[in-house]
Design a protein. Structure first.
Length: 676
């Protein structure tokens, strides 16, 4: 009797277990892992060691399986690879269940569209966890699953000791939130690159064209700076530099911003893009309720049978017809880019039968309903579905199966009550999904925001020019107020202009007078005192006004030259320079400073025989010997106020006397002062 009672208890337990199996969404191989899902994946791996879901063609096309197989071989171990959508993967529990059904030892690796997520070794020794850690930490988020598998396999091949050390190093380096630099850029990054390139392509050359000539002119206006007109043969240099800058910007930007794709996904083939639709359509031709074998089951056997009964009843009803239910996940990586309306239209086209096509997502729990050819109000069928049916309520959100069986039953009730039409109705063709060959392709660098960038660069160049001009104006004003140091005597022949402007003469005279006054003392020698006396006679004031003597209203250009010559000669006579050669200055250009000798100098370019015996500086002496015809062009000329220039020795006033030496100039100034 006890044996009979024991057998009865066992039989009762089995019966209860069987009933519970009918009451839940499918029996499970392990906690949370459906038997059907694990069995389906095991059968796929039995044929090939790499299985790629057909639900990820935009990120992981099935045609890339040979590349994944080649990467898996790097481990040196029997390796089985599953690439599944993120929502349908079950981690190591799924790998355990698949291994149990496949019955083969080896390294099992699970990936989604981002990379390796889980791995487990069965009957072999492999650092699976460390390899997963390395592939997770060392690679950026956009590396893609193929590169992730390659990194995983390389770490496994290193052995347990090296893999553990590498995993620890990766955790230390990237474990605090730091991430490796992305491998790809996005469309917004390309927009930034195009904008930057356009701005640089106009901004840099315009800055060169605006600033270089301006800075040159500004420097020539500084106190003590040489003045003169730039050589005509060099005027092409600045435009040439600007053009070279534009070419350099274009070439550098094109080489630096050479990215062409925004992600690691390879372009799928036509077979990749149609594989899932064909699979679902083939299943619906056999059974109006198709459950994706790669996803968790959300219908019990009883719910499935109930749904079949409701579908048959609706087909017999007035205005009814076939209903096709596809329990398939929808996500951006699939052929329809997650658009269930587009997926339903594609399946309808493949099935070739009119009816109501229901797309139920077993992962997200969303239900979409689309009428194709039945006498139903298509807008009402699609948009009037109760929210609790289409998206589920709070209870559905908490349930693993999203209460899908109950909601589909309510959907059939909704369809039975849906408004009928006299003629077959449809929503029309949905908008096509993005082209997978183009959605990861970046626009050319010289397009899009590049054109607004050209305008931005011109505006920025103008703003920069205005800013620099303002700063230089303030700086120049401060320098002119403070006064610059006079040019050293030995540099005068090489820096002083032949055709100085009135502004240059004013600045130079102001600088020389300030320097002379700063070093002058009451016990200075006779020559220095004589020079100071002549300066004061020319300026018509005392030493307290000497620093402002060259300001507006400024003396005539000839007077300014005389002041410059006297200030330099007087400063040369002060200690420790007393006794220096200040008696004579260069007769060709008095601004050249002290003369070293005398030469018979040609003074007319038209008349070769018009010559004078003049004191000359060293450069003018050399020119008189080597190229005497050049001396007329080296003579100092001064503006006459009418837009013309006259040789300095033809000007009015005492300045022409400087050809006979400083003492003669001083005497001539005294005579002029006495005469007035």
């Amino acid at each position: 009797m006890e044996r009979i009672a024991g057998r009865a208890g066992i039989a009762l337990f089995v019966l209860v277990a069987a009933l519970l199996g009918l009451a839940v969404p499918g029996a499970r191989a392990a906690e949370g892992v459906p038997v059907a899902q694990a069995g389906h994946l095991a059968e796929r791996l039995r044929d090939e060691p790499v299985y790629i879901s057909d639900q990820l063609p935009r990120e992981v096309p099935r045609s890339t399986a040979p590349d994944f197989a080649k990467a898996a071989q790097r481990t040196g171990l029997p390796t089985y690879v599953l690439v599944l959508p993120a929502g349908s993967a079950g981690g190591e529990e799924l790998l355990d269940a698949v291994h149990d059904r496949l019955g083969r030892d080896g390294l099992y690796v699970l990936l989604d569209d981002s990379g390796v997520t889980d791995a487990a070794a069965y009957g072999v020794t492999a650092p699976a966890d460390d390899a997963v850690t390395v592939s997770l930490y060392e690679l950026p988020y956009d590396a893609g699953p193929l590169l992730s598998l390659r990194r995983f396999a390389d770490v496994v091949a290193q052995g347990e000791e090296k893999a553990a050390a590498r995993a620890e190093a990766a955790r230390e380096r990237y474990g605090d939130g730091d991430e490796p630099e992305p491998l790809y850029i996005g469309p917004s990054d390309r927009d930034d690159q195009s904008l930057m390139t356009g701005a640089a392509l106009t901004g840099v050359p315009l800055t060169v064209l605006l600033l270089v000539p301006y800075v040159r002119r500004w420097r020539r206006r500084l106190p003590g700076a040489p003045a003169g007109r730039p050589a005509a043969r060099r005027r092409w240099v600045v435009p040439a530099v600007a053009v070279a800058c534009a070419v350099a910007v274009a070439v550098t930007a094109n080489a630096r911003f050479d990215q062409t794709r925004s992600g690691a996904a390879p372009a799928p083939t036509a077979a990749d893009m149609s594989a899932r639709v064909e699979r679902v359509a083939a299943g619906l031709r056999q059974d109006p309720v198709y459950e994706d074998p790669e996803s968790p089951r959300v219908l019990t056997a009883r719910q499935r049978e109930r749904l079949h009964e409701r579908i048959r009843a609706f087909a017999r009803s007035e205005g009814g017809g076939p209903v096709y239910v596809a329990l398939v996940p929808q996500q951006p990586e699939d052929e329809s880019a997650g658009d269930d309306e587009l997926f339903a239209a594609a399946v309808h086209h493949r099935v070739g039968e009119d009816g109501v096509y229901v797309v139920a997502d077993p992962v997200l729990g969303v239900i979409g309903v689309y009428n194709h050819g039945l006498r139903l109000d298509s807008l009402s069928v699609t948009f009037d579905v109760p929210e609790a049916v289409a998206y589920g309520d709070d209870a559905a959100g908490r349930a693993d199966d999203h209460l899908m069986g109950r909601r589909l039953d309510r959907l059939m009730t909704f369809l039975e009550k849906a408004p009928r039409t006299e003629e077959p109705d449809s929503l029309g063709d949905p908008a096509p999904a993005p082209n997978p060959r183009e959605e990861d392709t970046l626009r050319p660098l010289f397009s899009g925001e590049f054109w607004p960038g050209l305008w931005s660069g011109a505006v920025l160049a103008g703003l920069l020019f205005a800013l620099v001009a303002a700063v230089l104006a303030l700086t120049g004003k401060a320098l002119r107020r403070r006064g610059a140091h006079p040019v050293p005597t030995e540099a005068l022949p090489y820096t002083q202009p032949t055709e100085p402007s009135a502004d240059f003469l004013r600045r130079t005279a102001r600088a020389e007078l300030r320097a002379f006054d700063a070093h002058f003392t009451d016990d200075a020698g006779a020559r220095a005192r004589n020079c100071m006396e002549a300066v004061l006679l020319l300026t018509g004031g005392g030493r307290e006004r000497l620093a402002d003597a060259a300001k507006d209203p400024a003396p005539a250009p000839a007077t300014l030259v005389a002041l410059i010559v006297l200030a330099r000669a007087g400063r040369a006579a002060l200690p420790p320079n007393e006794g220096g050669p200040e008696d004579r200055v260069c007769g060709v250009n008095p601004l050249h400073g002290p003369a070293r000798t005398r030469r018979d100098v040609r003074v007319s370019a038209e008349h070769r025989n018009r010559r004078r015996w003049l004191p000359v500086c060293e450069p003018c002496r050399d020119a008189a010997t080597a190229a005497p015809a050049s001396l007329p062009g080296m003579r100092l000329t001064l503006p006459d106020g009418g837009g013309r220039r006259l040789p300095y020795d033809e000007s009015e006033g005492p300045l022409p006397a400087v050809r006979d030496g400083i003492p003669r100039l001083i005497s001539r100034i005294r005579e002029s002062a006495a005469a007035t």
